[in-house]
Design a protein around this ligand. Structure first.
Ligand code: KIV
Length: 267
């Protein structure tokens, strides 16, 4: 029987300088495959809106979407720690709504933790969720739910003043009781400084090698999404080509009468 990773494992890994591996998943088969490969954490990201639903950004993703995808992932994973994103509008209105929606991702979705975007501006929300004994992760730097304020998907914290603000955000997230912190699209030296400044694990995406762990969107790293690929993505496989080739072979064989053959037919 596989032992399920917990938030305590992630804290221990930071203490022992053991890197934490995180990938996104949105469905049962991918969750199962990456769980079998030994991933530490699966993030059911609201990036589901872009890479699965085909939206331009994550803003249209709803609580219903997140509950549905989280349930599928939970069914597929035996040993990974599962974090589900709180989508846009699910935690920004008031603390009662944030608590209810965090609870829904745990109760209806089966997640082990939730994540939300922001720093000092969401400290009270992080605190309210943590007070329910729900492990909650922060997310600072490029926060995709703020895409319209940021004016696009841009690296954050390049100027000194902005870097200092991000450091303050990280400290506020830790003080509010968050269990870990995602750092997205910030310079590597700043991510290293934040990682050293906080006691909670940092998980980087486009934040250089000095974070306590790394996360990538599975569709980006396996070549399933050719719309846009940020500089920080490394492509580990080209599943897009495999799928196109497999589908082309099927179309040709059906058209030529090669499939189904006798071995696929009942006498
Ligand atoms: O939604 C998501 O996939 C994320 C990662 C990019 C960290 O939040």
């Amino acid at each position: 029987m596989l032992k399920r990773k917990t938030i305590l494992d992630l804290q221990r890994m930071k203490a022992e300088s053991e890197k934490i591996t995180v990938l996104t998943a949105y469905d049962y088969p991918f969750a199962r495959l990456m769980d079998q490969a030994g991933i530490d954490v699966i993030l059911v990201g609201d990036s589901v809106g872009c890479v699965v639903a085909g939206y331009d950004n994550t803003l249209p993703v709803t609580m219903e979407d997140m509950v549905y995808h989280t349930r599928a992932v939970v069914r597929g994973a035996q040993q990974a720690f599962i974090v589900a994103d709180l989508p846009f509008l699910s935690y920004q209105i008031d603390l009662a709504g944030a608590r209810r929606n965090a609870g829904r991702l745990m109760q209806e979705g089966g997640a082990h933790a939730v994540k939300l975007e922001g720093g000092r501006n969401v400290a009270a929300t992080l605190e309210a969720i943590a007070a329910m004994d729900i492990p909650v992760l922060g997310h600072i730097g490029l926060t995709p739910q703020s895409i319209h304020r940021m004016g696009g998907y841009r690296v954050q914290g390049k100027r000194d003043a902005q870097a200092r603000e991000l450091l303050e955000d990280a400290r506020a997230v830790e003080t509010a009781g968050a269990s870990a912190l995602v750092l997205e699209a910030i310079p590597a030296p700043l991510a290293a400084e934040i990682t050293a400044a906080v006691s909670i694990p940092t998980i980087g995406i486009g934040a250089g090698p000095h974070c306590d762990g790394q996360v990538l969107v599975i569709h980006d790293m396996l070549g399933l999404c050719d719309k846009f690929s940020p500089k920080f993505v490394k492509r580990y496989a080209d599943l897009g080509k495999l799928v196109r080739d497999g589908v082309s072979d099927y179309i040709r064989e059906v058209r030529e009468g090669v499939f189904p053959g006798p071995e696929h037919s009942f006498k």
